[in-house]
Design a protein around this ligand. Structure first.
Ligand code: UDX
Ligand code: ADP
Length: 465
């Protein structure tokens, strides 16, 4: 590819200072000291937290993020709520706003709600100047670029009617996983850029080339890029539902899911990554993206294809249901007057994100059965946990500052998140303060079963008898 120099790119604006926008722009800033990067958001509290002096209180927790923000903030990385001015000054604008699943209207429960995309695009149409490259970073339904293009080109909201504005639209989906975002951004497996304007593509390629090997930068047409993001997440989620479905079969047959995982994962065609059985996938992407894919397939009349992918979400819900049911069964079929400890509320380790966390659904099942719940998570704030249970005003719910504190008088501890710390808890002291028989339910297969059992606990581990 004929690469053009980036010397005319100076200012980048990212709309949306969330889990994607914040870390992504921080890594671009660290690798491109000549670029000025402004991350803007309409949520002033969020911007204030990005500008906070105490870096341990940034709104997104990601290993390594704090150091980059410390190095770049105020030099070439700025967080601001001044959306309009930063759009006006930008050569490239990344759209990193939220795209949750629609809750009402056509496509409710499946399609993405594009209202934040639409409103940020309208703001771009109004305030951008001259030629601007607009990059879709958020995960979007295929053909969203067309919507963005339509809004940008047909908008009559421009402030200066005499200046002809032009736009190039690119798709540059983000593949970072939370908890390893900085490493994923710094050392990506690939960078994907879709578009039909080679000049704009080359300018974006040039930015990534500052730290990513050119061979890893894939360029495609717009629709392949948008679709690849959905499909990558669908394939990853499919692996998890596959291994989770087999975890249940292991429990029935006497096979051990860890042994099965090793046996199948050593086939290089299958590969050994992303095969950990657990309480079901969470996070903001997998469920949303699969449902989006399902919607897209139905839209094009591919009903069998839609049903195939939808089953992955069904298995995920089923895994959560079956775990809550077996906990109740083991606790003599009733949870009334019982106290359960939920260890871990984030949807996986090394993040404070709780979106679609399996802890939420499983805890709700326990509350419906009359249990008292006590939570402990090393990174999730108390108010964030309590917010999920607004509909359970009559239930006893508390959040502790330590696992031991949470265990006082409890009947069972559930390990729900794969936080490394949970392996090294003082399980002897935890056992002592619990009511007997004391149970441990290890849904992440992260505890040493023999050690826990020797202390005196009854232990259930996912995927084995
Ligand atoms: C995912 C994709 O990995 C990433 O490429 C995309 O950009 C966004 O969606 P994320 O949701 O942050 O990233 O986390 P990921 O590590 O993929 O985990 C998703 C869920 O699957 C978590 O709940 C995790 O606990 C679960 N999981 C993952 C398993 O249960 N077993 C595994 O082997 C891997
Ligand atoms: P993600 O995980 O995709 O980063 P988040 O919800 O964490 O999603 O972040 C998206 C951010 O986008 C939110 O902080 C939200 O306030 C911001 N946002 C949404 N619409 C706009 C808009 N029109 N202008 C600026 N920021 C916006």
């Amino acid at each position: 590819m004929n690469i053009t120099k980036t010397s005319n790119i100076k200012n980048i604006c990212c709309i949306g200072a969330g889990y994607v926008g914040g870390p992504t722009m921080a890594v671009i800033a660290a690798n491109c000291p000549d670029l000025i990067i402004n991350v803007v958001d309409i949520n002033i509290d969020r911007i204030n937290s990005w500008n906070i002096d105490d870096l341990s209180k940034l709104p997104v927790f990601e290993p390594g993020l704090k150091d980059i923000v410390e190095k770049c903030r105020g030099k070439n990385l700025f967080f601001s709520s001044n959306v309009e001015e930063n759009i006006a000054n930008a050569d490239i604008i990344f759209i990193s706003v939220n795209t949750p699943t629609k809750t009402k209207g056509i496509g409710a429960g499946y399609a993405s709600d594009l209202k934040w995309i639409e409103s940020s695009t309208r703001t771009i149409a109004k305030f951008a100047r001259n030629h601007t490259i607009v990059v879709e970073k958020s995960t979007l339904p295929v053909k969203t670029a067309e919507t963005i293009k339509n809004i940008l080109l047909s908008s009559d909201e421009s402030l200066d009617k005499n200046v002809k504005k032009t736009f190039s639209i690119l798709s540059n989906p983000e593949f970072l996983a939370e908890g390893s975002a900085i490493n994923d951004l710094q050392n990506p497996d690939r960078v994907l850029i879709g578009g039909d304007d080679n000049y704009a593509i080359n300018l974006l390629v040039n930015i990534y080339e500052k730290w990513v090997d050119t061979k890893k930068i894939i360029t495609t047409n717009l629709w392949s890029s948008e679709l690849s993001k959905l499909v990558a997440n669908a394939f990853l989620a499919q692996r998890i539902s596959s291994v989770n479905s087999i975890s249940a079969l292991c429990e029935s047959t006497g096979a051990n899911i860890q042994e099965v995982k090793e046996a199948i994962g050593s086939d290089t065609r299958i590969g050994n990554k992303f095969l950990n059985a657990g309480p079901g996938f969470g996070g903001s992407c997998f469920k949303k993206d699969i449902l989006n894919l399902v919607y897209l397939c139905r839209y094009y009349g591919l009903n069998e294809v839609a049903a195939y992918w939808e089953q992955i979400v069904q298995i995920n819900l089923w895994q959560q249901k079956r775990i809550s049911a077996l906990v109740i069964k083991n606790l003599f079929g009733t949870l009334s007057n019982k106290k359960l400890v939920i260890l871990g509320f984030s949807f996986k380790a090394n993040t404070n994100d709780t979106r679609e966390s399996p802890s939420i659904n499983i805890s709700k099942e326990f509350l419906k059965e009359g249990a008292e719940l006590n939570f402990y998570d090393p990174k999730v704030e108390k108010k964030q946990i309590l917010r999920e249970f607004d509909d359970f005003k009559d239930s006893k719910i508390s959040v502790s500052k330590s696992a031991l504190g949470a265990a006082e008088g409890a009947d069972a501890v559930l390990v729900m998140t794969d936080w490394e710390d949970f392996k090294y808890l003082d399980w002897i002291s935890i056992y002592k303060v619990m009511r007997k028989p004391a149970w441990v339910f290890d849904t992440r297969i992260c505890l040493n079963r023999e050690e826990i059992s020797n202390i005196g606990f009854n232990i259930w581990t996912l995927g084995r008898i």
